[in-house]
Write a protein that binds this ligand. Structure first.
Ligand code: DSN
Length: 427
């Protein structure tokens, strides 16, 4: 134990964060709890090493062991997702998406993606994001019921002829039909990028269809349903990568184009401690019990959704097929921001979120987004979802009653004590 002696302030903040994670109900659907093995790899001496380049083609000496680590991560990613090339170096999902654009587009080319406020992502062409400033961005929205509207996407694509179509979401509770997405891209000869960051773990468990073999490029973060460290991967098929050579932009050359976009295009030295932790998480995700984990995430989400619907909550699209739900609180006379605060005081962490055709602002929207990946990691099942659903109802109904919220928080702590998290950890 060194940290608390060297830096008691950081140590104390980490211990408080640990207690927050242990004692509360973590329901932000993009968050999860990694295993102690992943934590160990992430906190390893991999952080000490520079290794620009790729295994066998580095710009620095002394890379023999980080080559082993990166090859393990790449091979496990390829096997798990059924592709022949994996780049495991993107520092985050944003970097993975930006690298894909840098690989396939020229500045000023047209791309098409789902508007953030309908459940897409900043890097899918939001005007204030790099993707919307350096490319001509066409943004599609959902249908009035909140579901993906492939016919409208097709019309927009035919009108604007994007070179890249991005399909994937951060706040979409339904299954994505990759064949329909492919149809839209093919109608205009575009590349298709499937951003599966939210559902990657459900793809591994078979609870969401995979875009492998359908999309040209798949990007994913590694820390959401996949339950790895913060990080990302770019997955694709094509000719073996020749990262030291310049190649033409074509489907066959995508592996090389992606590798060259990451380095020398956008990033420097890979985060080898992060790569090691990704390798460990991918090994864990390949175990049979990970399939059970994915199935239970969805069962829990469906159970929670039905409790909320029973209590009069309005769910975008009416329910969920995956790990998350978006709740429109308009009929509850509470804003997303007020609900986020009330739930937080009750020990339940969610995030405020826009709903399709949002009448309010993104800083104080009409909804909240919540999900079950982290609760499922703790071992919770449908019975707990029933109780949690009723606490959510109580907290939102009594959003300004701090005594009531404090009493829910005590019940939350009693529940979380029964599902220990990192029992031996301290900083
Ligand atoms: N921040 C992520 C999420 O919460 O879904 C998206 O980048």
């Amino acid at each position: 134990m060194h940290l608390n002696k060297i830096d008691p302030e950081v140590s104390q903040a980490l211990n408080r964060e640990l207690a927050r994670e242990q004692e509360g109900l973590e329901m932000i659907p993009s968050e999860n709890f990694v295993s102690e093995a992943v934590l160990e790899a992430l906190g390893s001496i991999g952080t000490n090493k520079y290794s620009e380049g790729y295994p066998g083609a580095r710009y620095y000496g002394g890379c023999e062991w980080v080559d082993v680590i990166e090859n393990l991560a790449r091979d496990r990613a390829k096997a798990l997702f059924g592709v022949n090339h994996a780049n495991v170096q993107p520092a985050s999902g944003c970097a993975a998406n930006i690298a894909t654009m840098f690989a396939l587009l020229e500045p000023g080319d047209t791309l098409m993606g789902m508007n953030l406020f309908f459940g897409g992502h900043m890097t899918h062409g939001l005007p204030v994001n790099f993707s919307g400033r350096y490319y001509k961005s066409v943004q599609y929205t959902s249908a009035p019921d909140g579901t993906m509207d492939f016919e409208a996407m097709l019309s927009l694509a035919l009108e604007h002829k994007p070179k890249l179509v991005i399909v994937g979401a951060t706040a979409y509770p339904r299954i994505i039909d990759w064949q329909k997405a492919r149809g839209v891209a093919d109608a205009v000869g575009a590349f298709l990028l499937a951003d599966v960051s939210h559902v990657a773990g459900l793809i591994v468990s078979g609870d969401h269809p995979s875009p492998a073999g359908i999309a040209d490029v798949i990007t994913t973060t590694t820390h959401k349903t996949l339950r790895g460290p913060r990080g990302a991967m770019i997955l694709c098929n094509g000719n073996p990568s020749t990262p030291l050579k310049k190649v033409d932009v074509s489907r066959e050359n995508i592996p090389t184009l992606i590798d060259r976009a990451i380095i020398p295009g956008l990033q420097g030295g890979p985060h080898n401690h992060q790569t090691a932790a990704i390798a460990v998480a991918l090994k864990e995700a390949a175990q049979p019990d990970f399939k059970e984990y994915g199935h239970q995430i969805v069962k829990n989400a469906k159970a929670l959704a039905s409790v909320l619907v029973r209590q009069g909550f309005e769910l975008v699209t009416g329910g969920t097929d995956n790990h998350l739900m978006v709740v429109n609180l308009t009929n509850k006379n509470v804003s997303g921001k007020q609900a986020e605060r009330a739930l937080s005081l009750a020990g339940i962490t969610v995030n405020k979120n826009t709903v399709p055709f949002e009448p309010r602002t993104p800083f104080d929207p009409s909804g909240i987004r919540l999900g079950t990946p982290a609760l499922t990691t703790r071992g919770m099942h449908e019975a707990e979802m029933e109780t949690i659903g009723s606490w959510i109802d109580e907290a939102i109904t009594h959003a300004s009653d701090e005594t009531k919220l404090a009493s829910i928080k005590m019940s939350v702590k009693e529940m979380t004590d029964r599902f220990p998290l990192y029992p031996n950890l301290t900083y």
